[in-house]
Design a protein around this ligand. Structure first.
Ligand SMILES: Cc1cc2nc3c(=O)[nH]c(=O)nc-3n(C[C@H](O)[C@H](O)[C@H](O)COP(=O)(O)O)c2cc1C
Length: 262
């Protein structure tokens, strides 16, 4: 089993300390786990310029492609990912947000359907849940099958010593993440995830070979007629919901023209 750990904070602080505890717990559960690590602060990733080239022409045309591609390769290779994200102003730290901005095209063309994540956040007092929830929403949009959340109030600026209660909670969530990964079980996705999957697919089906063909036009035909990615279970209600969103998308595609600078 391969687990990637992404330090989504600007330093190795309170959150990294708790993340290392989770890593030790995983090692105790399964010494054979292969860990890889990304320290975002060492990537030298400039801010996303908002050029939208990744959406239209593919991530290979991103001006920061050389910095971002190795991270995407590591994500591709792993079974699970741990994101370590301190809570700054009730939200994600800028350095992590910058990474997700560079990968926002995945909301249009999701992929990590078999992967699972654990998001760990510490906060001074309040807001860690907001940070983990925000990232979990992004990850499910990228296709992640399940996202476990571990928000913890550290009550500390730079000198966090996890309490027995914090360690117990960390152990419980980490073990659930590990057992789920090991099971290989794929979970039924939520209704919210089915909306972009079917909407974008339908809008491309209704617009293929249009005046402004984009990467989305090339991507979606592989899923034509599917309400979600193959191999991921769907209930009849979700299949029906996906179909209805698809029909709505086809209707919208007739009247909605998205303009692009060529
Ligand atoms: C820029 C910044 C913003 C912060 N915002 C909050 C906040 O909104 N709520 C809070 O309770 N603590 C806040 N804190 C405290 C941190 O969340 C807390 O110390 C956390 O454990 C820091 O994790 P780190 O050491 O991994 O960076 C903030 C700290 C910094 C540096």
């Amino acid at each position: 089993m391969k687990i990637l750990i992404v330090n989504g904070g600007p330093r190795k602080g309170n959150t990294w300390l708790l993340t290392e505890k989770a890593k030790e717990m995983l090692k105790a559960l399964d010494p054979a786990i292969l860990f890889r690590e990304v320290q975002l602060s060492q990537l030298g990733l400039p801010f996303c310029t908002g050029c939208s080239s990744c959406f239209r022409k593919g991530p290979g045309t991103c001006p920061h492609h050389e910095a971002i591609q190795p991270v995407m390769d590591l994500l591709e290779e792993c079974d699970g990912v741990i994101f370590s994200v301190p809570c700054y102003q009730g939200h994600l730290p800028g350095i992590l947000k910058n990474l997700t901005d560079h990968m926002a095209f995945l909301l249009h063309r999701p992929r990590y359907f078999t992967k699972k994540a654990l998001v760990i956040s510490t906060t001074g007092g309040i807001g860690a849940r907001g940070a983990t929830k925000a990232l979990a929403a992004v990850l499910s949009g990228w296709g992640f099958n399940r996202c476990y959340q571990l928000p913890v109030a550290a009550l500390s600026w730079n000198a966090y010593r996890p309490t027995e209660k914090d360690l117990g909670k960390t152990h419980a969530v980490t073990e659930r993440f590990y057992r789920d990964l090991r099971s290989g079980k794929m979970h039924v996705p939520g209704f919210g995830v089915l909306i972009p999957f079917n909407l974008f697919q339908a809008m491309c089906a209704g617009n293929s070979g249009g005046e402004y063909p984009t990467e989305d036009n090339r991507f979606w035909p592989q899923y034509l007629g599917m309400s979600y990615a193959p191999g991921i279970p769907l209930t009849p209600a979700r299949k029906l919901f996906g179909r209805l969103i698809f029909l709505l998308g086809k209707k919208l595609a007739k009247s909605m023209v998205v303009t692009y600078r060529k």
